[in-house]
Design a protein around this ligand. Structure first.
Ligand SMILES: C[S@@+](CC[C@H](N)C(=O)[O-])C[C@H]1O[C@@H](n2cnc3c(N)ncnc32)[C@H](O)[C@@H]1O
Length: 287
């Protein structure tokens, strides 16, 4: 049972090895009760899972191409949800990754965030990553975006065009999405809540659902049947097969976030992967 949610000072948190680049926002913790002990769980950081975010940009390009094939006049942006978005760092990192990969927020894709905590969504709305905090960021993509003059006053989430909804349980959020990302939260849920949450997400998501390895691992027997029953297939594996590559090791594969695609788009994405004429870069799925 969660007993508290708190923001704590970064210096105290530093000893736990938190990524220094996420300093302004990552010191947010959930405290869970278990037996006689309170456990700290659940931090969030900027660019926490860059490979997942890059793969999702690639998949978004593929979805746009599929949409264009069906109706060249349909210019509506894709909609991507970050379910349990906390203070919005995943959403912001995704917006930056999309931008680097040529997808514009607002024009090509609209990003939304939902979290059960009003404090977190308020923090997300005002999200601000001071320029000083980006001093040592090694990732060239972030440097390019920050230092090409566009965000010289720091990164504001509102500049990235992300919509953070009022505090809500994922299961009560009724909008429809092309892509839903639910990382590092199913893991914290009991079996019934995780099942209800996944049933809800499969109902509100037309094309892509992504989640983290720990959640898959913990609830595998309960969540996989829900995904399969509702027509979602493991796209990460399908794209690897299509490119005739094996994961570096089974251990590595199990440690990856997984992307599931609905049958209505999975075949199209996989075909695109083998089609040299398509401008979508699937190399991030070769790893
Ligand atoms: C560990 S954080 C994960 C944040 C982010 N998704 C990430 O991967 O870094 C877990 C978040 O889930 C939120 N949360 C927990 N249960 C939820 C629910 N049923 N609906 C919406 N948000 C929930 C918490 O408030 C917290 O912000």
């Amino acid at each position: 049972m969660r007993i508290a949610q708190n923001r704590i000072d970064f210096p105290a948190y530093n000893t736990h090895g938190v990524d220094v680049f996420a300093r302004p926002h990552c010191a947010l913790i959930d405290i869970y009760e278990s037996g006689d002990h309170a456990h700290i769980r659940g931090t969030t950081t900027l660019n926490r899972d860059p490979l997942l975010l890059k793969r999702l940009s690639c998949v978004a390009h593929a979805l746009k191409a599929i949409r264009f094939d069906k109706n060249p006049l349909d210019k509506t942006p894709l909609k991507q949800l970050f379910a349990a978005c906390s203070v919005g760092l995943d959403a912001q990192s995704q917006a930056l990754t999309h931008e680097l990969k040529g997808l514009k927020s607002g024009k090509d894709i609209d990003i939304h965030g939902v979290d059960i905590s009003a404090r977190f969504t308020a923090c997300a709305r005002e999200g601000y990553f001071p320029i000083e905090a980006t001093d040592n960021i090694p990732d060239t993509w972030l440097e390019r975006i920050v230092f090409d003059g566009k965000y010289t006053n720091g990164l504001r989430f509102e500049d990235m065009g992300i919509t953070f909804h009022d505090a809500q349980d994922i299961r009560d959020h009724k909008e429809r999405y092309d892509i839903s990302v639910v990382t590092n939260v199913l893991y914290h849920m009991d079996k019934d809540t995780a099942i209800e949450t996944m049933v809800h997400l499969t109902g509100q998501t037309s094309s892509i659902i992504a989640t983290d390895p720990a959640s898959i691992d913990k609830h595998c027997d309960d969540l996989m049947p829900i995904l399969y029953r509702n027509g979602f297939m493991n796209l990460t594996s399908l794209l690897r097969q299509a490119q005739n590559v094996r994961p570096v090791s089974a251990l590595r594969e199990n440690a990856e976030s997984q992307i599931f695609a609905h049958v209505s788009v999975a075949r199209g994405i996989v075909e695109m992967c083998g089609d040299k004429a398509q401008p979508v870069d699937f190399s991030d799925f070769r790893l």
